[in-house]
Design a protein around this ligand. Structure first.
Ligand code: BGC
Length: 804
């Protein structure tokens, strides 16, 4: 018996089919007299409720909302309670604006920091990403809002975002790209989850029964409903069969007709359809029955944003303890960001921030003497001598420069991967110029992902605020003036140079198949195992005090140790637990994060802490047995300040588990850390099958799932001309440092998505006609297109009768 049997019996087959897709940009389907819709909104760190024209790229306006720090920022707190507080506050705003479901958090793994949405994702480490996401989900759902962790899974690049096949071996798939979601689902218990655009080893995530039913529902116990990413539905009926409940945005009557026909022809059993509708109804009805929302105060929301920003700030450098700034220090503030803050990313997460602070405007609230402000350089592009001069002239008046630079908004956006790891050249020139004045420089770094810092020697201190949200500025001043002792730790590695990132030269994949050749060696798992030096390791962050670790004890439950504050001020330490197994025949990273604990200590104080082992501590995914296993034997248990600074190491003997069959001589280059020498063939050996091949360049017949960018290879001059026009438009916008997300989205969108993004405006036959034209059949294609256009219009009119 299904949960909503009664209601299901009242619904016609067509109505059930209609429910499998949305209504317009942001709502589920309403059925006249039977069911009301619920409202969905982005996004992960602030509400983007669009009351007017809706879009999924952050192009049109939205209601004013609190902008919280982005996920990349929050992860630096290493504190799921911070995620929970932000989630709870986000939920309050959702209730206020009658939004039932929030599309977040986003928790994909940062495979390469150049991924355009790195600012929106938590970490390169699945354990940390999963725990932070779980906190946020719990907070969001506390008052009845539906959370939607996204994008399940292996979605690591923006180039060809809707037309890319992630080719990933089973170990990396499970250990790196699914463990984050597993933790988020098991601990956060989200009522919904969003499938990703991409294919995983040849199957669309949204059509993978293995992923959506066997793994998500059966293994992880998920009992909510699955929504597609916007336009991410490929074959609607296959999605439903696999376990997907709702295609967004609204697909219109054509898609419903496909479902009805599939049932009538026996290709989709009505039982499966009922099951999918039931899963969706359960969440919708529960959302509609939630009690009235409580009190709401913008001040409280802003305070949550500030607290989260403060706890997520990372102190990267503090030469000669220049920070915190002494009372009355004469400060010259420099940088465009200091006046017009860089505080959030672009795309579907873009927030119409209600109460934005700046370093310049908030300086007066802190015990420093602000002696002047200068822009110093433009936001991006080349340096301007007159601006440099103005900034340098402040040297006479100040004791210290506080300079705010980093990534500008054109560098970090959904839809666009970053071309390199640099900050704009004018900003690096500014640091060089100011260093020449001889005055110390305190750098406030903004930006949502790792960068290269070749100019690091020019500055005395670095505080990394990431993307701090609307209250980031006061959080920065609290740290600079010592009101708050910085406690953030990096949730990702900072390589010395971009070329140190495994397979950076192949990122992002420009063709259909993206080979995840580094396998499990993502981020620190590679740098540590291969002995590659980084600028700042994963887990790194300084404090205004120091901590000592002692008396390590390990038992079956976990590791216990004493932590002492050996400095002069109170502070918070994050003790990180890594596990390794040197004698393993398996391919293994040297160390992997398996737990951590945070402890607040007064000067001289010692506390004993315990970091427990859990179900993730010793497991690995056995490719041949296709299941999780634990390897019996001797482990190194390492407690450190960061992944490269292990303070105490103990031994632990795991009595349970198996002895793996893998030979210690296989996968030589991986094992020796020579990842950069790994060939496609080496990867194929690890992958355990032939790699799918990419098509050679050259003109060819284009297919339904080719992105529009492939029209560059189209047979017809028209297709090629359109591709060229699109590419030019994109280039123009990039040259002006204002990436045009609309063009970028269309460029990477497959033909099929035309039918998925515009409701009933373009039917499947119409999109096929367009493809026919592109493939060189202009006249016949145009004739068909006109015929199908009128046919579609007639059908759409008939649909109106069932809508609320
Ligand atoms: C993004 C999702 C977002 C959706 C709705 C898509 O382009 O990938 O993260 O939730 O749009 O705006």
């Amino acid at each position: 018996m299904l949960k909503n049997q009664k209601l299901l019996e009242q619904l016609t087959l067509k109505e059930k089919a209609l429910l499998m897709a949305g209504q317009g940009e942001w709502q589920t389907r309403a059925i006249k007299g039977k069911l009301k819709s619920i409202f969905l909104s982005d996004g992960p760190f602030g509400l983007r409720k669009q009351s007017g024209a809706g879009d999924h790229l952050g192009l049109n306006g939205s209601e004013p909302a609190t902008c919280f720090p982005s996920s990349a920022t929050l992860a630096n707190s290493w504190d799921p309670a911070v995620g929970r507080a932000v989630g709870r506050a986000l939920g309050r705003e959702a209730r206020r604006l009658e939004v039932d479901q929030v599309l977040g958090p986003a928790l994909n793994i940062k495979r390469n920091p150049r991924g355009g949405r790195s600012f929106e994702y938590f970490s390169e480490d699945p354990y940390l990403a999963g725990k932070m996401a779980a906190g946020m989900i719990q907070g969001l759902q506390e008052n009845g809002t539906i959370a939607t962790p996204k994008h399940l899974a292996v979605n690591s690049q923006e180039t060809r975002r809707m037309a890319s096949n992630s080719v990933v071996d089973q170990r990396a798939l499970h250990e790196i790209y699914l463990t984050n979601f597993e933790i988020a689902v098991k601990e956060g218990k989200p009522k919904s989850i969003m499938s990703s655009y991409n294919e995983i080893n040849g199957s669309y995530a949204n059509e993978s029964k293995w992923l959506l039913t066997d793994t998500l529902r059966k293994d992880w116990g998920f009992d909510g409903y699955v929504v597609t990413d916007w336009g991410g539905d490929n074959d609607h009926v296959s999605g439903i069969k696999a376990g997907s409940n709702l295609a967004m945005p609204g697909l219109g009557v054509n898609a419903a007709e496909e479902v009805v026909q599939a049932v009538e022809k026996g290709e989709l059993s009505e039982e499966v359809l009922n099951q999918r509708v039931d899963e969706l109804l359960t969440v919708i009805l529960e959302a509609q029955a939630k009690p009235a929302a409580g009190n709401f105060s913008w001040e409280e929301q802003h305070a949550v944003a500030r607290d989260a920003a403060k706890k997520s700030l990372v102190l990267l450098k503090n030469k000669d303890q220049i920070l915190p700034l002494a009372k009355g220090t004469k400060v010259a503030l420099v940088g465009d960001f200091a006046k017009n803050p860089r505080y959030q990313g672009a795309g579907s997460s873009l927030i119409n921030s209600r109460d934005l602070e700046s370093l310049l405007a908030t300086a007066k609230d802190y015990p420093i003497d602000l002696v002047g402000y200068a822009q110093g350089c433009p936001r991006q592009g080349e340096a301007k001598p007159e601006l440099l001069k103005e900034a340098m002239s402040l040297a006479d008046k100040c004791d210290v420069y506080v300079v705010n630079v980093g990534l500008d908004e054109s560098a970090e956006s959904e839809g666009l991967d970053r071309p390199n790891l640099s900050i704009p050249p004018c900003q690096a020139d500014l640091l060089e110029a100011l260093a020449k004045t001889g005055k110390p420089i305190v750098l406030v770094l903004s930006g949502g992902a790792a960068i290269e810092l070749p100019w690091e020697g020019k500055v005395n201190a670095i505080v990394h605020e990431y993307l701090g949200g609307e209250a980031g500025a006061s959080a920065v001043w609290e740290v600079l003036t010592g009101k708050y002792n910085p406690s953030g730790r990096l949730a990702e590695s900072y390589p010395l140079t971009e070329t140190d990132i495994p397979f950076d030269n192949e990122f992002p994949a420009e063709k259909h198949n993206a080979y995840y050749k580094e396998s499990i060696f993502v981020g620190y798992r590679y740098y540590e195992t291969a002995g590659v030096k980084v600028k700042y390791p994963f887990g790194y962050g300084l404090s205004y005090t120091t901590f000592a670790y002692s008396n390590l004890e390990i038992d079956d439950q976990g590791a216990s140790l004493d932590v002492t504050n050996t400095g002069q001020v109170a502070g918070k330490e994050t003790v990180q637990l890594y596990i390794g197994k040197e004698d393993s025949p398996l391919l293994r990273p040297k160390r992997e994060l398996k737990g951590w604990a945070q402890v607040d200590l007064e000067p001289g104080e010692t506390k004993r802490i315990k970091i427990p082992f859990d179900e993730y501590s010793f497991r690995y995914f056995d490719q041949s047995l296709e299941t999780w296993q634990e390897e019996k034997g001797h482990y190194q248990i390492m407690l450190g300040r960061n992944v490269a600074d292990v303070v105490l190491t103990g031994e632990y003997d795991l009595k349970r588990g198996i002895v793996p069959k893998e030979s210690s001589s296989s996968y030589g280059k991986y094992r020796e850390g020579k990842l950069l020498l790994v060939t496609d063939q080496d990867f194929a050996d690890l992958y355990g099958a032939k790699l799918p091949k990419n098509l050679p360049a050259g003109r060819r017949e284009l297919e339904w799932n080719d992105p529009l960018r492939e029209m560059a290879n189209a047979k017809s001059w028209l297709g090629r001309a359109v591709a060229k026009w699109l590419a030019n438009k994109i280039q123009q916008s990039l040259d002006e440092s204002k990436p045009d997300l609309n063009f970028l989205f269309n460029y990477n969108m497959p033909f099929r998505a035309m039918t998925k993004m515009m409701g009933d405006m373009i039917s499947r036959p119409m999109a096929e006609d367009i493809l026919f034209i592109v493939n060189g059949h202009f006249w016949r294609g145009t004739g068909r297109l006109i015929r199908d256009y009128f046919q579609n219009n007639r059908k759409v009119k008939n649909d109106k009768d069932v809508q609320e």
